[in-house]
Design a protein around this ligand. Structure first.
Ligand code: ATP
Ligand code: MN
Length: 427
């Protein structure tokens, strides 16, 4: 008889025989009786061991090994019992301890730092697994959406020379005696790829030396990025809206069990998404008492305020040139503004940035100068404007920001198995 998964036993009939394997989530021994909550990747089921019904090994020989996190395999039969969690228990007839467990260090009341130091063990927590399953579902949905919409996958390098998002958050790496950087975004490479493949995307890590301690920044995060030939800023907002809706709808439809486990009520966002200009957003922020000037970027409080005043995702459009990286296309209606936008998730804040890129050679050269960037480092990128340049646009969506929004976890580090933050690269 092959091993069943825990989730399957709840569909079995009274008396059906079953083999299971997994880990002890919890164990209680009362005289000749032991109750184990057995956990595998699909759920938790109660296993009852009665001294006289355990055929092998003798009850006494295992009873002291039924410790939290011990791994075991067992055979028994299904009993429907309304007192058991979910109405089912397994009456155990034979059991084998596969791996003993020492005193498990994660207990009620240990602090956040302790849990972060033991992230390699914390992964066993059911709620955390629910978040990881939702994250997986979001990636699956994104890949599906790109495929359905004619995008090609292009993997980009992580070691780079040209900065994409400004020098402040660049990581340096000793590359055989030469200093290179870890990529902040794959955008520049995706721009090169559109001249062959037209619609391209990637899902891979980006790195930012973020020094500030916030709940929404990692130093290594997974970046869902796309770039499209002949697309305008308007086109790219439509793509973003469609992609984000597709991902969120799929998670709500297919990860209901995980959302319930997290106690998360999450509703599919209404469409169309809201659209407000940067100027309108600044006005809103100022009206609610946070002082900011035209030309400033939104700080944490301003971002929160905007996020809390929307009932569905909202684009903030046309950021001033002063707030944006060198490659942004100026708005023909006001060259101090760019054809760019951030998508805000309600209650969460920025989850994407996107816009139209400069495709004119002379303007790009001028901008590089204005931003004090070395044209030598961008030679290949400049080249793209020399041979059949076309208007194009793209965006970047932070996977962890998206998952944080959907799951409602309190900190971005809880959306990723092994978070990288300014003060943590362990485990
Ligand atoms: P923010 O202003 O929120 O720090 P950003 O504007 O610097 O982000 P972009 O360059 O626009 O970031 O990157 C595109 C997307 O990548 C962001 O909208 C966000 O979802 C995600 N992202 C950026 N930086 C980080 C980070 N340090 N950790 C996690 N996600 C990030
Ligand atoms: Mn941004």
């Amino acid at each position: 008889m092959s091993f069943a998964r825990v989730e399957e036993v709840f569909k079995l009939n009274e008396g059906e025989r079953v083999r299971l394997r997994g880990w002890v989530y919890n164990a209680r021994v009362q005289g000749g009786l032991a109750f184990i909550d057995l956990r595998d990747s699909t759920g938790i089921v109660q296993v009852t061991i009665k001294k006289h019904e355990l055929k092998n090994p003798p009850f006494e020989s295992i009873v002291n090994e039924l410790k939290r996190e011990a791994s075991l395999s067992l055979e028994g039969y299904v009993r429907h019992d309304p007192r058991a969690p979910n109405g089912v228990e397994i009456l155990c007839e034979s059991l084998e301890i596969i791996g003993k467990s020492e005193e498990y260090p994660i207990r009620k009341g240990v602090g956040t730092k302790f849990l972060l130091d033991h992230r390699h063990l914390y992964l066993r927590r059911q709620k955390f697994q629910a978040v990881l399953k939702i994250r997986e579902k979001a990636v699956e949905a994104a890949e599906e959406w790109f495929r359905m919409n004619g995008f090609h996958l292009v993997h980009c390098p992580s070691f780079v020379i040209a900065a994409c998002e400004g020098g402040a958050t660049l990581f340096n790496v000793d590359y055989f005696g030469k200093v290179v950087h870890l990529t902040q975004s794959s955008q520049l490479y995706l721009e090169a790829a559109i001249f062959g493949l037209e619609k391209v995307y990637t899902i891979q890590p980006s790195f930012r030396a973020e020094k500030s301690k916030t709940k929404k920044h990692l130093t290594e995060f997974w970046h869902i990025e796309a770039e499209v030939a002949f697309a305008t800023h308007e086109d790219i907002m439509n793509y973003e809206e469609d992609l984000v809706s597709y991902i969120v709808n799929k998670v709500v439809d297919e990860s209901q069990k995980e959302l319930e486990l997290l106690g998360r009520q999450f509703e599919k966002p209404k469409r169309p998404f809201l659209r407000l200009t940067y100027a309108q957003a600044v006005e809103l922020v100022n009206k609610k008492g946070i002082k900011m000037n035209f030309g400033d970027d939104f700080g944490t409080d301003a971002e929160k305020l905007i996020a809390n005043s929307i009932d569905r995702p909202a684009f903030v459009m046309f950021f001033p040139v002063s707030t944006r990286a060198f490659y942004h296309m100026p708005n023909p209606e006001d060259p101090n503004l760019t054809l760019s936008s951030d998508l805000y998730a309600p209650g969460e804040g920025e989850i994407t940035s996107g816009g139209q890129r400069i495709h004119d050679l002379d303007l790009l050269l001028r901008r590089l100068k204005e931003y004090n960037l070395n044209p030598e480092d961008y030679k290949w990128y400049i080249d793209l404007r020399r041979y059949g340049s076309v208007p194009h646009a793209g965006f970047g969506l932070g996977l962890e920001r998206l998952v944080k929004w959907i799951t409602g976890v309190n900190h971005i580090r809880n959306t990723v198995p092994f978070p990288r933050t300014p003060f943590r690269v362990y485990p």
